[in-house]
Design a protein around this ligand. Structure first.
Ligand code: PLP
Length: 389
């Protein structure tokens, strides 16, 4: 252990940034804008469900904000991932590469397609997929046959990569896109956590063939529950709309569905909430970035632990702030979690890496030492936008 490291110093630093008179949760939603007005309008007019103007408006405004050509609002981020994989033609026994260090939804969506999650290591600098390690690994385990990437060991087709922008911090997209091109892999961005985060001045979720966002209650903005599919391919966007609205062929009265579709459309009442939240997004991000600066200042000189800072190529939304203990101090993680939660400062460890969960433990994977190391020493700390006020 580093001789100068002490969990009490960490607590003191947190208390300097955070209000002390109340319990502080990890991430709270804020409804200080037009939420009441827009939701009331849905109730007053009866347009609460699968039809209404707020869905179109929410999709339009999201497209405007992110720069994506087409946005389709859906019931949640997991459903968005499911449809993204379907649209890219991921089928039974296809392998899909994704980070071991992610939220369960990323891996579950692959399994919903009867495909096989294949776990990739993270890089310390971004907390997301390490493009260089991925490249070396694919060089070792795969071959390209008739323009298709094949896993030499399992014989399965490797179809796609899902890059997840961890806690809002973009992965290093340029080298990742290069790997995807060399190995004929489709790129999906799980941008669930990165609404308002930019990679080299371009919004995350506009680099891959398809991207997904989540508007769950703990995300940067919320619709209660909700999600979106983003793409720059207009045809793919139209297919996304079709598949998520029961694959019904538009007609004045006839019910004709041309394939198995899904009832994944975002209800109008949730979209109304989303429109109001989206108006406040720039101010949420400004406050979140201020909060991150305050944390950064408190932890900058501290021994044995560091505040995770956006990579130089990124402008992050700092959705969830993270402290990372030096390796030799990983043994203090649980003590820190215990002390902070007892004091009413809600903190959480990183997710359990996917390959350690019972249903995914036999899935193919590369060496995951960085993901495992990060998992053992990362702590998320309170990140609500109001804390940056
Ligand atoms: C929140 C989240 C999702 C989607 O979650 P939903 O609750 O289904 O909206 C997917 N991936 C990641 C990384 C997430 O954080």
């Amino acid at each position: 252990m580093s001789p100068l490291f002490n969990t009490d110093n960490v607590i003191d630093a947190l208390r300097k940034v955070l209000p002390t008179e109340r319990k502080i949760s990890l991430h709270e939603p804020h409804f200080n804008g037009n939420e009441w007005t827009y939701v009331k309008e849905c109730l007053d007019t009866g347009w609460v469900s699968s039809v209404g103007k707020y869905v179109d408006e929410f999709e339009f405004k999201l497209a405007e904000f992110t720069g994506a050509q087409k946005v389709v609002a859906v019931v949640n981020g997991t459903a968005a991932l499911h449809i993204a994989l379907k649209l890219l033609g991921v089928e039974q026994n296809d392998e899909v590469l994704l980070p071991a260090l992610t939220f369960i939804a990323t891996a579950n969506a692959v399994q919903y397609c009867n495909a096989i999650p294949h776990f990739i290591d993270s890089e310390e600098k971004t907390l997301g997929i390490d493009p260089r390690k991925l490249s070396d690994y694919l060089n070792e385990v795969s071959l390209i046959k008739d323009g298709v990437c094949i896993n030499k060991i399992t014989g399965n087709r490797i179809k796609a990569v899902i890059a997840m922008h961890t806690f809002g911090h973009p992965v290093d997209l340029d080298p990742l896109i290069d790997v995807c091109q060399r190995y004929k892999l489709e790129l999906i961005e799980d941008a669930a956590e990165s609404l308002g985060s930019f990679y080299k001045k371009r919004h995350t979720g506009t680099f891959g063939k398809i991207a997904t966002i989540s508007f769950n209650g703990n995300k940067v903005i919320t619709t209660g529950g909700g999600g979106a599919i983003l793409t720059n391919d207009i045809n793919l966007g139209k297919m996304a709309k079709h598949l998520t609205t029961t694959a019904k062929v538009a007609h004045k009265w006839e019910f004709f569905h041309d394939q198995i579709g899904y009832n994944y459309r975002l209800p109008n009442i949730n979209a109304a909430l989303g429109c109001a939240q989206l108006e406040q997004l720039p101010s949420f991000i400004e406050k979140k970035r201020k909060l991150a600066l305050m944390y950064r200042a408190e932890f900058s000189g501290m021994d044995g632990i560091s505040f995770f800072t956006e990579p130089e190529f990124a402008r992050s939304n700092y959705w969830l702030n993270a402290l990372v203990l030096d390796s030799e101090n990983a043994i203090y993680r649980d003590e820190l979690l215990e002390k902070t939660n007892n004091l009413g400062i809600m903190t959480r460890p990183a997710w359990t890496t996917m390959h350690k969960l019972p249903m995914f433990q036999n899935c193919p994977r590369m060496d995951l030492s960085t993901a495992e190391s990060l998992e053992s020493r990362l702590i998320n700390i309170p990140s609500s936008s109001f804390l940056g006020d």
